[in-house]
Write a protein that binds this ligand. Structure first.
Ligand SMILES: NC(=O)c1ccc[n+]([C@@H]2O[C@H](COP(=O)([O-])OP(=O)(O)OC[C@H]3O[C@@H](n4cnc5c(N)ncnc54)[C@H](OP(=O)(O)O)[C@@H]3O)[C@@H](O)[C@H]2O)c1
Length: 268
């Protein structure tokens, strides 16, 4: 009989597929991976045949199981998941809003990591906030760190509740940045620029500034901002508006508080 799989991925949708791609690129042996996906795409079937990871197969308790299904699928999926786990397994859940208490009521794993990635994971540039319960051993935590790193950086938080704040900042954050592009383009339009030109300017500005930030890991965002703000200049004139008492920081504090509150309401 084949040995139990080391790593099982449940759900190869957007986020699951990104993780799988990261693991294969990082050199995890495909023979150690099993993927469970009720309706595998042609691309997934082709990848499984090419790389040699298992698609479905009979469940056996795995060393690590990564749960990447939609929250609303959990009720239906949970009974079928239990045979993939035992009390020694590490469960890593990226299922939004599903608490460790909820998962441990349904599933036999004791060591549980709850993680919140974000959409740039699709290009390996995500950031994931993760919390490990008290049963997670140092070796299991290292394993979770290395698996979640397949799609970008990983930051550990000290309480499960902090996952709601992570959700409010980085989980939902890409949408705020996209909105910034839209708002900046609208500002350009209001000044008389053709809409398509205003959008190209706004988009390239956010892309380029993000890359600049990435390439200057030792400079704070504040330093980079100050570097482009001459006293009495145009940037300063705009920042005086954005940095007013009721400006962007106050607005962002309200926005992130609303997201964290909603994350808490949805959690269960
Ligand atoms: N995408 C993001 O940016 C993001 C960010 C943070 C957190 N998350 C979390 O990550 C999780 C996955 O999100 P996603 O965007 O990747 O969703 P998705 O694209 O819908 O992927 C979920 C996958 O799981 C499959 N599935 C459903 N029931 C299953 C079962 N019983 N066994 C195995 N596979 C099953 C689905 O198959 P069918 O399509 O056939 O139902 C689908 O392929 C969610 O909980 C989400 O909250 C996502």
């Amino acid at each position: 009989m084949a040995p139990a799989p080391a790593l099982v991925l449940i759900g190869a949708g957007k986020m699951g597929a990104a993780l799988l791609g990261g693991w294969l690129a990082a050199g995890i042996a495909p023979g150690d991976i099993a993927v469970v996906e009720p309706q595998p795409s042609e691309a997934l079937e082709k990848l499984a045949a090419e790389k040699g990871f298992a698609l479905d197969g009979a469940p056996e308790p795995a060393q690590t199981l990564v749960l990447a299904i939609k929250p609303q699928m959990l009720d239906k999926a949970a009974p079928g998941l239990a045979p993939w786990l035992d009390s020694e397994s590490l469960l890593i859940s990226i299922v939004a809003g599903k608490t460790i208490a909820n998962l441990s009521r349904r599933l036999p794993a004791r060591s549980i990591v709850r993680a919140m990635p974000n959409t740039p994971a699709a290009i390996g540039r995500g950031i994931t906030g993760a919390f490990a319960n008290s049963h997670v051993t140092p070796a299991q935590r290292d394993r979770a760190q290395s698996l979640l790193s397949g799609v970008g950086a990983v930051e550990w938080v000290g309480s499960e509740q902090a996952i709601d704040a992570v959700t409010a900042v980085s989980g939902s954050g890409p949408a705020y940045v996209f909105l910034l592009v839209e708002a900046l383009a609208q500002g350009g339009e209001a000044l008389g620029l053709p809409p398509d030109l205003a959008m190209r300017l706004a988009r390239a500005t956010v892309e380029g500034s993000g890359e600049l930030l990435r390439r200057a890991p030792d400079s704070s965002a504040e330093t980079l901002r100050k570097n482009v703000t001459s006293p009495g200049g145009t940037t300063k004139a705009a920042l005086d508006v954005l940095m007013a008492q009721d400006g962007l920081a106050a607005l962002m504090a309200r926005a992130t508080a609303a997201a964290a509150k909603r994350a808490g309401e949805l959690a269960g």
